[in-house]
Design a protein around this ligand. Sequence first.
Ligand SMILES: [Zn+2]
Length: 329
Amino acid sequence: MLGSFFQADPDLRLTVGDIYLDPSSPRALAIVSHAHSDHIGRHEHFVATPATAAIVRSRLGSSLSSTELPYRQTLELREHEVELFPAGHILGSAMTLVRRDGESLLYTGDFRLRPSWTAEEAEVPEADAVIMESTYGSPEWRFPSREELGERLLTLVSDIIGSGNVPVLLAYSLGKAQEVCSWLARHGVRVVVHPAIAKINDIYLKHGVDVGPFEVWAKQSGLFTQATTSLAGAAVIVPPHLDADIRAIPRRETVSLTGWCLKGGWRTGGDHALPLSDHADFEELIELVERARPRIVYVTHGSKSFARELRQRGFAAEFLKQKPQMRLF
Ligand SMILES: [Zn+2]
């Protein structure tokens, strides 16, 4: 009997060896699934894919100590075997498979099964138990295909440019911005990105992901405050929280890019919205479970009702945050 394999206190922790999974505060040893800000920290030592480690260092400092673990290689770590698989969420994002005493646990982190324009395609290993996100864990969340979204984005950008305005795409600097940059650039759109995005673009390029030709917004040059013609024909990508920078763009029409805009009544303050998400929608969440074939699923990060949805489909499932200590079976 394996007994207690991990705890949620509330950070996820493998009980043997004190190995934390995406902890929210600094820990001695952590496995980091991907480099979005709510998943990283100044840990004494962390394990991550090479791309994730590079992005973490660019965000938190180059002196951080890490073990870089490429996909599908095994690492012996404090009585566990650890293996990382592509999660399809952003560059370097990983699902973590942990084996000990003949039992296995898969921690998905944020993931997406549908093909991305810039992230590695997801691979789902089988596991005895799964801890998974459920951001879009109810049936109304079904995203259009990537092809459809791509076409809609090109049409929207083209229409805005045709009307003499500047399309300003509001995209998080890591992940979504590179997706949009890559898609537009490969379809011949002139793309100008905020420096915060250019920094991440460079890391993508170093890891072999072509985000296409792009120009960097040189703020000091006054690019956005000069005549509108300096941006004529260009699409601009800016992180959504940089209000002052967004307001500095003349003749702008903003486009929010988020899965949440599918919901009726959702408001961004943007002029337009497209449901472009780097998370799994409801069907992909179900598909993850079908592919991993676990004996039990622990649901976290999102919808409590998703555990109920899984139980209705015959899977053993619980919402994780409600219990301080979990057993594998
Ligand atoms: Zn994320």
